[in-house]
Write a protein that binds this ligand. Structure first.
Ligand SMILES: [Zn+2]
Length: 279
């Protein structure tokens, strides 16, 4: 189709290993954890719970990673970026870059026309980390793998476990090659990869819904002065003129008060008709 779609597809399949320089550093504490603001941690918790409940194999993977001291730190680089596993081959996975909005903000598809899914792609990256902590990493490929890396086949199979449990189309291709027969899901589960069908839209993540921008691994509230002034309340970006958080978090304006501005421009609960207040 268009050049743009071709580009998007190429972006999507770039799930590889990247050398990590110094940052983001591996967390000193053990277990799988997300770093960033509260909204991202809540998105992470929700994804982990849904992945665990999808299938016992996935629950086992998450439990292993949760308990393991060398599990990766999960970071968000925003903008619907494709997930990536950041690792050094010698030391294992140090971080997974995961944006819950992959597949929401960008109409990404793989080479087989299967839609990206924020949680399925997270499963894929977590599977790479799982292979590392279990010391069962195998980067080899040959005719019996249709020249797809065994490391990627394993992660894609785990991703397909999630996809099938959730009624999503399974991936049949990695990169531009079909998975070998032994790694494909049963044919009755395949989707017609030539069919034109819309991608299922997930609701956007909390950080995105809150209007948060992204700076490195952190999503931030919109800058002050941009479409009003904002408060960060429990990790949510809230307009400071919000009647339940008027000028400060939790400051509720009780009727007949409304959230207006005093003479110095500060958001404050006002009575109608108060000449020192304006809306
Ligand atoms: Zn991969």
């Amino acid at each position: 189709m268009s050049h743009q779609l071709t580009f998007a597809v190429h972006v999507v399949v770039t799930c590889g290993l990247l050398a990590v320089p110094t940052s983001p550093a591996r967390s000193q504490s053990s277990g799988l954890q997300a770093v960033g603001p509260v909204c991202y941690k809540l998105d992470f918790d929700q994804a982990i719970a849904e992945i665990k409940s999808a299938d016992p194999t996935l629950a086992d993977m998450i439990d292993t990673l949760t308990a393991h001291g060398e599990s990766p730190t999960i970071v968000r680089y925003g903008g619907g970026a494709n997930p990536k596993t950041l690792s050094k081959r010698s030391t294992g996975v140090s971080a997974v870059q995961w944006d819950p909005d992959v597949g929401v903000q960008l109409p990404n598809r793989f080479h087989d026309n299967v839609c990206t899914d924020g949680y399925a792609e997270f499963v894929h990256e977590l599977a790479h980390a799982y292979l590392f902590v279990r010391h069962s990493v195998d980067f080899t490929s040959d005719a019996s793998t249709n020249f797809v890396s065994r490391f990627e086949i394993s992660a894609t199979q785990m991703e397909n476990t999630y996809r099938l449990a959730k009624g999503l189309c399974p991936r049949l291709v990695y990169g531009s090659r079909f998975l070998p027969d032994w790694a494909l899901p049963p044919p009755d589960k395949w989707c017609d990869i030539f069919a034109v069908r819309p991608c299922q839209q997930r609701p956007v993540s909390r950080c995105t819904a809150l209007g948060g921008g992204c700076a490195g691994p952190l999503c931030t509230c919109p800058a002050p002065g941009f479409l009003g002034s904002w408060l960060c309340c429990n990790g949510h970006c809230i307009l400071e003129s919000d009647w339940q958080n008027c000028g400060s978090c939790g400051n509720v304006c009780k009727p007949p008060h409304f959230c207006g501005r005093n003479s110095s421009g500060k958001a404050t609960c006002c009575l109608p008709g108060d000449p020192t207040c304006h809306s």
